[in-house]
Ligand binder design. Sequence first.
Ligand code: 6CS
Length: 356
Amino acid sequence: MLVACGGDNEEEGTDEGNAGEDTGSETEGGEEAAGDFEEQEWQFVTEELQGEVQYEYAAEFANRINEKSGGAITVEPLEYGALGSEVDQAQLLQQGGVQLAVMSPPGFTGGQVPDGQIFSLHYFFPSDPELVQEVLTNSKALNTDLRAKYEEHSISPLSYWTEGSMAWTSNVGIESPADFEGLNVRVQESPLMRESYDAYGATVQSLSWGELYTALDRETVDAQENPLFFISSASFHEVQDSVTISKHNNYVAMTTANTDWYNGLDENVKALVDETVEEMQSWVFDEQIAQNEAGLQAIEEDTENPTEIIELTEDQIAAFKEVAEPVHQYYRDEVEGVDPAIYDKLKEEIAEVTGE
Ligand code: 6CS
């Protein structure tokens, strides 16, 4: 069934294939892009709960698509757990069981696309989330070359974005690499994350985040990394004594579509998706800032669960960098399946943005 008139592939009249490009932010109200959309329902799965950045992204995306398509396209945002673990969700997208997903590339796809693990290197991307977002938005290494690698596995990354700088939580108050010695650190399902923490002398354990609070509480896991908003909303600070503002990495998420589904979209629908994904880059950047600021404040104000906040000095960061940087070269040269050309190109793009 079509909403309004006209066919999706009409050659005359308005060039529907350009609808997205031409309208830009003018389509906030959906006026220009509306019409000519077949009724359809999509599912958009995320790795987080309602109120958290990924879910709110999917909800905002859903509203925009619905409005712009004149109500023809409905997108259902799904929170973590609705369709299984993060790994299950990634598989579901690959099989076309859902159309859209927010995924954490290093953690849950690194086994299939080794290059996606580049996002888990410590002190590789700039520490300033604004610069990270600039790289993620404009990088050809990521948006063209890495995208092609994912597409071999039926995942089309439509964008990459930061959820903010990650911090470490622990009971020991991490201030130097030596503080990691003997700690069991929770990581996502990424072989490279093991290398990063091995370098500091820690052991690692892979867990879905849904099991992490209990593991920290029972001390089967001693430490973990996440952005501040997530540490607060998942209440990890309740079962950890300290948060270290380490600036070791930003949490990168990607907006993905099932490749066959995306490639099969009518041109006007694809343009709508693309333009909305593009608009969402600045929306989600502001959202993560607000959520991370509120998260830090909530941790600081939680007097029932006092948490020491440690902000690493430049000298302390330098000590971590010294240990972390050899892992960059290891990733480039030794990790099976990694394309060193993507690493080199991204490194150059980062240097252009930071001016270093
Ligand atoms: O630590 C994790 O696994 C979770 N952290 C965030 C910020 N989002 C989802 C992810 O699964």
